[in-house]
Design a protein around this ligand. Structure first.
Ligand SMILES: Nc1ncnc2c1ncn2[C@@H]1O[C@H](COP(=O)(O)OP(=O)(O)OP(=O)(O)O)[C@@H](O)[C@H]1O
Ligand SMILES: [Mg+2]
Length: 414
């Protein structure tokens, strides 16, 4: 699939942008702080309804626009996407209303609106309409950062191809919030115990589906990642594995890198019980019952997929704890390339690649492997400050566009 046209209004440093995009590799180049990353962010946001950077979506609105004393500020992202079956228009609106009081203090409210072919839809309906794989320099944090980072990666990636998973997850989170609120009320001695079994039962039902889906996802993506890592990136020297660490065991605060092996069994067990959610529910339900006292004391549910994690293992050891910087980068590169293949296998179509400044960090062999994936895909958008770092052969196949202060110009090819 590929984007044929992108239009942005009041998004980051783009006041107004109309951009026709070709197929094949596109190289966005320009000095620092001109809008290269912002453009990738806009596309990623339309695809996933999430920003990889902003913690608050109102930050995505153009500053100049928000400083105006208008009651309504609207940011708009629109992409026309061509797939093998259809051409669709995807739109996201970011709407900020502000009331300015006499005292000059401002009151904000912010909401979002999604549209497909100009018709209003739920935000969740945008997911999967345009599939992307984003690769950022900071993705190494998937190895060294917090479990929340890794869960987020798993959720966003899976949601792009599995709307059922996405809905289940959203419902799970709602029930979890209700259950936790009830646990807190119990801790305060309020008489609410009779609703707890209802929430617990629902949590078990939804949570079991999430455990199962994640186990399958990690097994699949692990296989794709390993193949690329082993064959194209390390010349048959190093084996990599993505290991699921489901929080479907009794309460331990953290799995140490030395204990991961025992968790392998649990991940394997889940993978071998696909379609048998009642067995998983039984186990999950029992663990929740056993931890009830702890959960009430903490006012939070301590077991369940909201506490999941996963890890990379290189030749059997945790890569986040023991890997060199270069090994970690190679693993992430393999993961991203694995993601492309995984999405293609799952949907029959190659996703759009978004690569932010990652090529500069790679050595020659790894750069060649990545650029090979880039040129063999339908559309890939790469950013760089200096196009000179790419080979002439690559530059000849790529469309070059210069980004300057929120404007984009197609460079004339020599
Ligand atoms: N909400 C916003 N409104 C207006 N400008 C913004 C907003 N958010 C960020 N910017 C600005 O947009 C500019 C471009 O940012 P971007 O990250 O896209 O640069 P870049 O071209 O990728 O640069 P680099 O090469 O340094 O990575 C920055 O100067 C940033 O401060
Ligand atoms: Mg940038």
């Amino acid at each position: 699939m590929h984007i044929t046209h992108l239009s942005l209004t009041n998004f980051r440093n783009y006041g107004r942008l109309e951009l026709t995009l070709p197929q094949g590799p596109i190289l966005l180049y320009g000095n620092n702080a001109q809008g290269k990353t912002n453009l990738l962010e806009a596309i990623y946001y339309l695809a996933t309804t999430r920003s990889p950077h902003a913690d608050n979506d109102a930050q995505l609105l153009n500053w100049n626009a928000t400083q105006a004393e208008e009651p309504l500020i609207v940011g708009r992202l629109n992409a026309t996407v061509a797939t093998s079956k259809q051409t669709i228009s995807l739109e996201m609106r970011l709407i900020q209303e502000q009331k300015i009081a006499r005292s000059r203090t401002r009151n904000f409210s912010f909401r979002r609106q999604a549209l497909i072919d100009r018709r209003k839809v739920r935000l969740m309906d945008l997911l999967g309409m345009m599939r992307v794989v984003l690769f950022l320099p900071e993705d190494v944090q998937l190895l060294t950062g917090s479990p929340a980072n890794r869960r987020r990666y798993m959720n966003i990636t899976l949601c792009q191809i599995d709307p059922v998973y996405c809905r289940t997850l959203s419902n799970y989170n709602k029930v979890l919030e209700q259950r936790n609120a009830t646990l807190r009320q119990l801790a305060e001695g309020q008489p609410v115990r009779d609703v707890l079994p209802i929430y617990t039962e629902k949590l078990v039902e939804l949570g079991s589906l999430i455990f199962l889906r994640r186990a399958k996802f990690l097994a699949n993506i692990s296989q794709q990642t390993q193949q690329i890592h082993y064959e194209s990136l390390t010349a048959g020297k190093e084996s990599i594995k993505l290991l699921y660490l489901p929080r479907l065991n009794s309460s331990r605060s953290k799995v140490s890198p030395y204990e991961e092996q025992s968790t392998t069994e649990l991940a394997d067990w889940l993978e071998n019980h696909q379609g048998q959610s009642e067995l998983v529910s039984e186990r999950f339900g029992k663990l929740l019952a056993d931890s009830l006292a702890t959960d009430i004391a903490r006012g939070a549910t301590t077991i369940g997929p909201h506490r999941d994690d996963w890890t990379f293992q290189l030749n059997g050891r945790s890569l986040g704890s023991f890997g060199s910087r270069g090994q970690q980068r190679t693993a992430i590169l393999a993961l991203k390339m694995g993601e492309i293949n995984w999405m293609e296998t799952a949907t029959g179509e190659r996703p759009i690649l978004l690569l932010d400044e990652v090529v500069a960090e790679l050595d020659e062999q790894r750069r060649a492997a990545l650029l090979n994936a880039v040129t063999s895909t339908t559309q890939a958008i790469l950013t760089a400050t200096d196009p000179g770092m790419f080979s002439d052969t690559f530059l000849q196949t790529a469309t070059r566009m210069e980004v300057k202060n929120g404007r984009i110009q197609i460079a004339v090819q020599e």
